[in-house]
Ligand binder design. Structure first.
Ligand code: ISE
Length: 348
């Protein structure tokens, strides 16, 4: 396909109702979940094809998606006339090649976070999209669609808590792979907060520091937990506790402190149990149930061409700040973050 597609112009199956045929690359945990949502919970789209390095896994997801085609070659899927847009949920190291192939084919692409593992790879993707001349790439920072975060931003924007001063973030996973490098907690997990801080305040992070307590004995040698301190352009301080081996469950919450009030994002399940002197609520095991509605809304926004998602530039910026945090983790010093100017294609 050579059409120049703009956000708002998702291609659709010819002749019938407006149905966009999505090719899913990578059908592991996230790819399978996206395929399920596209099949069951999103209107105007269907899974048209799948690819995975594990053919059996791809066939399973294809069958569960109403008999989508199984491709043996991801690049054949990208250029196929029966595929209108591509969702990339394969391993991080493969993102760059697949996203570049989508841009070369002129097809809209939703790429799971991170856009790519290195700043240089993200820059190459941004350059390719600028060269193409219009926006095709969306990055899967789904928290931008979470009702808790959108509610927080609406209250902040409406002036309900006055000027923002501080933001406290908690991001805990029950368990991580033993021996994971400490940097992965930043590039894989805290990268969500790096994006949400830029999105919430509409300004850049200009300085970062990373503080570390003694590592948890449960963390298998990883520097875990970590405390990131981010300073924004206007002088808001955002701290992020990132704890990958918290053991008790998955939890993401935060509080924004303004001059005249605060806003809290929490996701308590509606059902709770009081028994034996305890008041208990179940916690999710991972991010999929916690952000189920955010993932659904993110996909619907993408299919509708509403362009509410993170751009390739946002993906570049998040990786850029993440790498400044990794440098700060290594050095123990504060690090200035000097992002290049926003290219015209991404200015609002
Ligand atoms: C995981 O890779 C994700 O992307 C999740 O959204 C995040 O909450 C989790 O901490 C990461 O490990």
């Amino acid at each position: 396909m050579t059409t120049m597609l703009q956000p708002g112009q998702m291609p659709a199956e010819a002749g019938g109702p407006t149905v966009t045929r999505i090719g899913v690359i990578g059908t592991g945990v996230m790819g399978a979940d996206h395929a399920r949502l596209l099949t069951e919970a999103v209107s105007g789209a269907r899974v048209g094809g799948v690819f995975d390095v594990d053919g059996g896994r791809a066939r399973g997801v294809a069958a569960a998606s109403g008999g989508a085609r199984v491709f043996a070659d991801p690049y054949a899927l990208i250029v196929d006339d029966g595929i209108d847009a591509v969702l990339i949920a394969s391993s991080d190291a493969t993102h760059e090649d697949y996203v570049l192939a989508c841009v070369a084919a002129g097809k809209p692409v939703l790429c799971e976070k991170p856009l790519a593992p290195t700043v240089e790879a993200c820059a190459r993707i941004v350059e390719a999209e600028i060269e193409h001349g219009s926006r095709l790439i969306t990055v899967g920072f789904m928290r931008r669609f979470d009702p808790g975060y959108t509610g927080m931003r609406a209250l902040l924007t409406a002036g309900e808590i006055g000027a923002p001063l501080l933001m406290h973030n908690v991001h805990r996973n029950p368990a991580a792979v033993p021996g994971l490098p400490g940097s992965a907690l930043i590039t894989n997990s805290a990268v969500h907060e790096l994006d949400i801080v830029r999105w919430l305040f509409g300004e850049e992070i200009v300085e970062v520091a990373v503080h570390t307590p003694r590592p948890s004995g449960q963390a298998g040698g990883t520097q875990d937990p970590q405390l990131l301190v981010l300073t924004t352009e206007s002088g808001v301080l955002a701290d992020v506790e990132i704890f990958a081996n918290a053991r008790y469950g998955y939890e993401v919450r935060c509080e924004l402190v303004g001059e005249t009030g605060t806003v809290t994002v929490d996701a308590p399940p509606p059902t709770s149990l009081r028994r034996g002197g305890l008041h208990a609520r179940a916690l999710p095991g991972d991010w999929r149930p916690r952000f189920a509605e955010a993932y659904r809304l993110e996909l619907q926004d993408w299919i509708d061409g509403a362009a509410g998602g993170a751009s390739a530039w946002d993906g570049f910026a998040a990786t850029f700040v993440a790498h400044a945090c990794v440098a700060a983790l290594t050095s123990g010093d504060r690090h200035a973050v000097e992002l290049p100017p926003v290219p015209a294609l991404y200015r609002r």
